[in-house]
Design a protein around this ligand. Sequence first.
Ligand SMILES: Cc1cc2nc3c(=O)[nH]c(=O)nc-3n(C[C@H](O)[C@H](O)[C@H](O)COP(=O)(O)OP(=O)(O)OC[C@H]3O[C@@H](n4cnc5c(N)ncnc54)[C@H](O)[C@@H]3O)c2cc1C
Length: 396
Amino acid sequence: MSEHAPADEVHIALGQDYPEIRESIRKICANYPGAYWRDLEERIAYPTEFVQTLTEAGYLAALIPEEYGGAGLPLRAASVILEEIHASGCNAGACHAQMYIMGTLLRHGSPAQKAHYLPRIASGELRLQAFGVTEPTSGTDTTKLKTRAVKNGDHYVVHGQKVWTSRALHSDLMLLLARTTPLDQVSKKTEGLSVFLVDIRESLGHGLEIKPIKAMINHHATEVFFDGMKVPADNLIGEEGKGFKYILDGMNAERILVSSESIGDARWFVKTAVNYAKERVVFDRPIGQNQAIAFPIARAHAETEAADLLLRKAGALFAAGQACAPEVNMAKLLASEASWHAAEACLQTHGGFGYAREYDVERKWRETRLMQIAPISTNLVLSYVAEHVLGLPRSF
Ligand SMILES: Cc1cc2nc3c(=O)[nH]c(=O)nc-3n(C[C@H](O)[C@H](O)[C@H](O)COP(=O)(O)OP(=O)(O)OC[C@H]3O[C@@H](n4cnc5c(N)ncnc54)[C@H](O)[C@@H]3O)c2cc1C
């Protein structure tokens, strides 16, 4: 079994921590009701005003240190921001990546890169929203990715393809993972991958092409094609060949943040289902009086509370600098399942009206399903727990 930090060294806050942030996010979200999101989805449009409001209020720079113009808040505060956005019926998918992608630049970027980019990202002048990792042929097997970056004097030349790169058409910068040393020339498959900060504005039409993907949800996903795209060598983050480690470094934070969105979704579904189950009268009584309606909602609520506790534990270990990957992965699993079970209960509670767009249940149901696929699929989380937490044989 894995080593855990002694319980008396790490504390978790219960209840509504960061109440001022929660209140402020709720107020902002009240201006972006379901009709706003439905209209965007119909037009496959980006929530520019919503993202602008969050940027101006400083929330997307929550994790950027104060010396670079951000709020310098702990990860838990960012979790609270994302949870409340989702609990309010909104969706942070259009802008959440900035919170965790920025960490790679912050931890591994040079002083010059940080001084150049972070204040501009904090102010909203530059959007760092695109994260190019997944490829069509290699999928979850990241170290087999085929995009190549070859050094040529003061720049790298990139050839290859990414898929499902969210928000690439709504971002100024992309964090790109590419292979700089061919797989057959490295001693470990995790070596020879490098991370670059790509200036999308400069590269579009010069070896970079981006095509939107029509998808189940309005997530602004794209296919990205590199055909001789030049990236200045100055835009390499950290050391060449160490990029996989840098990306892994950020995964705990990313999983904690997306799990907070799942908790927020779950709370929205439970609240929405409870309200409807109390109001909807069939056979002369509220449908919530039927245990077949009440119990799935109650079960989803209990699952949400349990997932939230484990997520807070994961976050507290992270904040204390303790090993936290087991808790992070288990929290990701439980939070994504709690939100899915809550979504199912909510949809079922609404009967046919669950299919009516104006209730927003079917939209949130589609949106929360993603959490079991991206950024990491449930099977991969389970195989982590089986192998690294329980010591079972490695499966791949
Ligand atoms: C809307 C959306 C947005 C996304 N945004 C981004 C983004 O911004 N940037 C980015 O880089 N990626 C992004 N992704 C990609 C996402 O991270 C991947 O889809 C996800 O990691 C799964 O990879 P895959 O689709 O290639 O599935 P595959 O790797 O092909 O796997 C397919 C299925 O097989 C299972 N599987 C594979 N191998 C094993 C195994 N050994 N044991 C058990 N099961 C296994 C997987 O769990 C999965 O269920 C996004 C995806 C979506 C749908």
